[in-house]
Design a protein around this ligand. Structure first.
Ligand code: T3D
Length: 261
């Protein structure tokens, strides 16, 4: 499927979505959000077991398209409404997808572009990629889940520093700080993300989905509640065909053949 602002490419059991406005560093428009919603529906409808989200050209995404935000003097825009309509559903959807979502970040990821990437389950970035909380330069608050992700993953000191200064954080630093999974050579980002997606697509998808839910809950609740969550999620995982296959494969000293159920 080729649409005007994104590309959806189905692979063997996994899919790649590319933000595709390279001349505008893949800045988000309302049309892009609409097309992303359709593509994410298709990922599920196609039974994909992993997803790579990346950007075309020299950047991941420069965040909200500011050309859409040049309001006439005197107009009071409601940016809360645009978050509610576009960015909040997007990051909620990424988190809720029952499959691993990998962000492949090269070049700049600014504003909501950074925070959409950071909402993904696994972030692979080029060593020289730049995550920029550009909001401060506009007098805005980090959004698309950024205040949550930064504060939870980095703690308030680093979250505050990044948000208030809008200083770029390189892929290398982001990995060293524990904000992302891995920094790789700049020219290897997409290849590494694709290879991981292909491996995930052969994995225990249901178990991955339950693990994703468990780790997300751990960011929101205390130890006792988390032990209860682990109990419930593990109960469900233990009833999958993939769990039975994993045990059988171990006992038979062979590689497991997971079916994703
Ligand atoms: O509004 C709401 O709904 C609330 C939600 C807000 C979410 C947000 O994301 S707010 C933050 C928005 N993003 C930014 O403030 C970043 C703006 N961009 C930049 O600061 C710089 O472009 C970069 C640091 C990202 C990259 O700089 P550089 O020098 O590598 O590239 P460039 O020359 O600035 O950009 C290349 C082209 O992309 C250029 O277009 P042109 O002149 O060649 O036709 C530039 O205007 C365009 N571009 C880059 N970012 C945006 C953009 N066009 C529209 N919106 C952008 N965000």
């Amino acid at each position: 499927m080729t649409v005007s602002t994104i590309r959806y490419e189905p692979m063997a059991g996994w899919a790649r979505i590319t933000l595709h406005r390279p001349d505008k560093l893949n800045a988000f428009t309302a049309a892009m959000h609409t097309e992303l919603r359709v593509a994410l529906d298709r990922v599920v409808a196609d039974g994909m077991r992993a997803l790579v989200l990346t950007g075309a050209g020299r950047a991941f995404s420069a965040g909200q398209d500011l050309a859409d935000r040049d309001f006439p003097t005197g107009e009071q825009p409601d940016l809360g409404a645009t978050l509610e309509r576009d960015y909040a559903p997007l990051v909620r959807r990424i988190r809720a997808l029952e499959l691993p979502v990998i962000a492949a970040v090269h070049g700049v990821a600014a504003g909501a572009g950074a925070n959409v990437a950071l909402a993904c389950d696994v972030v692979i970035a080029g060593r020289s990629a730049r995550f920029v909380q550009a909001f401060a330069k506009l007098g805005l608050v980090p959004d698309a889940g950024g205040t949550f992700t930064l504060a939870r993953h980095l703690g308030p000191a680093r979250a505050m520093g990044l948000a208030l200064t809008a200083e770029p954080l390189t892929g290398e630093q982001a990995a060293a700080w524990g904000l992302i999974w891995r920094a790789v050579d700049d020219d290897r980002v997409l290849a590494e993300a694709d290879a991981l997606a292909a491996a995930f697509a052969d994995g225990p998808t249901r178990g991955f989905a339950l693990t994703k839910r468990a780790i997300q809950r751990a960011q929101e609740q205390g130890f006792d509640a988390q032990l209860d969550a682990e109990r419930d999620l593990q109960r469900e995982a233990g009833r999958t065909a993939d769990y039975r296959e994993g045990v059988r494969a171990f006992l038979e000293k062979r590689a497991p053949r997971f079916v994703g159920r």
